[in-house]
Design a protein around this ligand. Structure first.
Ligand code: NAD
Length: 502
């Protein structure tokens, strides 16, 4: 693990840091055509960091035209894959060189601890660009086993203009998961960051230019969802939407596609992942610590958070005590202090939403075992104590809806089939974990749980080599791994007739 600078260092850097604040179109900074700007806020203090140019339909039109021209003239799509790969790897190195600056921008913009931005998010972003850059000239096309009188070639072709619409919980990492494979395959890209987190996306666009990705190939449009996001979704000349965000907005994109040009839509949406602990769990202490991190890491603002803890009743009280003890180390603090493991909730609006769920859970009869209250109000920021509700039943609101905050719903069970039924009683199917020392049970559960990822005796492992995405209303299409590249190309079949008789 890399070491991380002290708090004083980050505070000093924060005084001097430059905030990018315009749209990036055709390799140039520009204001929105409306002249409008919106504030981006530091959730740790509630203070406005910067006023950002606000893209709307006219800016979307212009960026799509530019991206289309860039795609059509082949300045990027026409380069040999190896050359595109070389420049993506150069971008990965530039991101690594600007790691402190980017980590700090992320922390200031969304309130996550600097230790996570610096030690988790940024290394993930670097690896994503490097991995796709390294992979792109190792992907082969195919020739089908047809009759000898013909050759059936199956080739991949980039789609054209891809719009990546991403959320605020891992702003740069979610952007990288889309932008890296889309660029690797030769597409032009328009990146629309969430309105809560525009800063690192803009800086990424600037670094891409420096890495040799030609002007117009990666354009960055900060703006609001119902305006800029919708305009991208409805645009007749956008070929693909790669979306990460809520299930509700994911459904809008399916509608926008149907109302416009049937663009491809790939959705990485919400989750309500079950973390299932059986009495034969190999190490209860370890499982309890993992369960605490599974829900409280990144303030609970994680799509695959282990937000439903299913515990076998015979060990429930013992496990809860261990979990609560482990959670004591996860109290919110100043995001710029490297000792802080939990930061601020992204916005006042999100904090109020989460507090609303706390009130609903209490009203519906769940037992509050820990937290539930705001903290650090003197800072002006948005902090919530890690919160645990016991005695939850699967029909309660906090067991069904994605809260996207540090609130854990604990549900007891007595039998394996009951645990499975509760686990699958959800519209979501993103992740799940099973803690058991019985290998047969581990396989049975992994097979029968409806989720894109199942962890056995661990939580939240991931790697660039492994696909990530959901079943059911958690979405479809996969980020990461070679599978992610499939989303950004179409398959073309070319039949060549051969006169083999001569
Ligand atoms: P969100 O759906 O509110 O916003 C996501 C993006 O969509 C933002 O860029 C936003 O501006 C845009 N948007 C919002 N309304 C829109 C509209 N009407 N038309 C077009 N675009 C619109 O989500 P969020 O609050 O930013 O992020 C939290 C959600 O993201 C959670 O549900 C979480 O589970 C999900 N998420 C999923 C994954 C995954 O890989 N499955 C990863 C991270 C986050």
């Amino acid at each position: 693990m890399h070491s991380i600078p002290e708090r004083a260092y980050w505070c000093n850097l924060a005084e001097k840091i430059r905030f990018p604040n315009q749209l990036l179109i055709d390799g140039k900074w520009c204001d929105a055509q409306s002249g409008k700007r919106f504030p981006t806020i530091n959730p740790a203090t509630g203070a406005v960091l910067e006023l950002i140019a606000e893209a709307d339909t006219a800016d979307v039109d212009r960026a799509v035209n530019i991206a289309r021209q860039a795609f059509a003239d082949g300045r990027w799509s026409g380069l040999p894959p190896r050359e595109r790969g070389r420049r993506l790897i150069a971008l990965a190195s530039l991101i690594e060189n600007h790691r402190e600056e980017l980590a700090l921008l992320e922390t200031l913009d969304v309130g996550k601890p600097i230790r996570d931005s610096f030690l988790v998010d940024l290394p993930g972003v670097v690896r994503t660009f490097a991995w796709h850059g390294e992979a792109v000239d190792k992907v082969y096309d195919q020739i089908a086993p047809t009759d000898k009188g013909s050759i059936g070639m199956i080739t991949r072709e980039p789609l054209g203009v891809v719009a990546a619409v991403v959320p605020w919980n891992f702003p740069l990492e979610m952007a990288a998961w889309k932008v890296a494979p889309a660029l690797a395959m030769g597409n032009s890209v328009i990146l629309k960051p969430a309105e809560q987190s525009p800063l690192t996306a803009l800086r990424l666009g600037e670094l891409a230019l420096e890495a040799g990705i030609p002007a117009g190939v990666l354009n960055v449009l900060p703006g609001y969802g119902p305006t800029a996001g919708k305009a991208l979704g409805l645009h007749q000349d956008v070929d693909c939407i790669a979306f990460t965000g809520s299930t509700e907005v994911g459904k809008y994109f399916l509608q926008y596609s149907g109302q416009s040009n049937m663009k491809r839509v790939w959705l990485e949406c919400g989750g309500k992942s079950p973390n299932i602990v059986f009495a034969d769990c190999p190490n209860l202490e370890e499982a309890a610590q993992a369960a605490a991190v599974a829900i409280f890491f990144n303030q609970g603002e994680v799509c695959s958070a282990g937000s439903r803890l299913l515990v076998e009743n015979s060990i429930r009280e013992e496990f809860l005590e261990k979990l609560i003890a482990a959670s004591k180390d996860l109290q919110p603090g100043d995001p710029l202090d490297p000792a802080t493991r939990i930061g601020a909730i992204v916005s006042d609006e999100q904090l109020q939403r989460v507090m609303g769920y706390v009130a609903t859970a209490t009203r519906q009869g769940a037992r509050l075992r820990m937290g539930g209250n705001q903290l650090r109000t003197e800072t002006g920021g948005y902090y919530l104590a890690p919160t645990v509700f016991d005695g939850v039943t699967s029909d309660m609101t906090i067991a069904q809806e994605e809260i996207f905050g540090p609130v854990l719903a604990v549900i007891g069970f007595d039998r394996e089939d009951e645990a499975l039924m509760i686990a699958n009683d959800s519209i979501y199917g993103l992740g799940a974990a099973v803690w058991t020392s019985n290998i047969d049970r581990a396989h049975r559960m992994a097979k029968k749980i409806h989720a894109g990822t199942v962890w056995i005796n661990s939580y939240e492992e991931g790697d660039a080599t492994v696909p990530f995405g959901g079943f059911k209303q958690s979405g479809f299409g996969r980020d990461k791994s070679l599978h992610s590249m499939d989303k950004y190309c179409d398959l073309k079949t070319t039949w060549i007739h051969l006169d083999v008789e001569g």
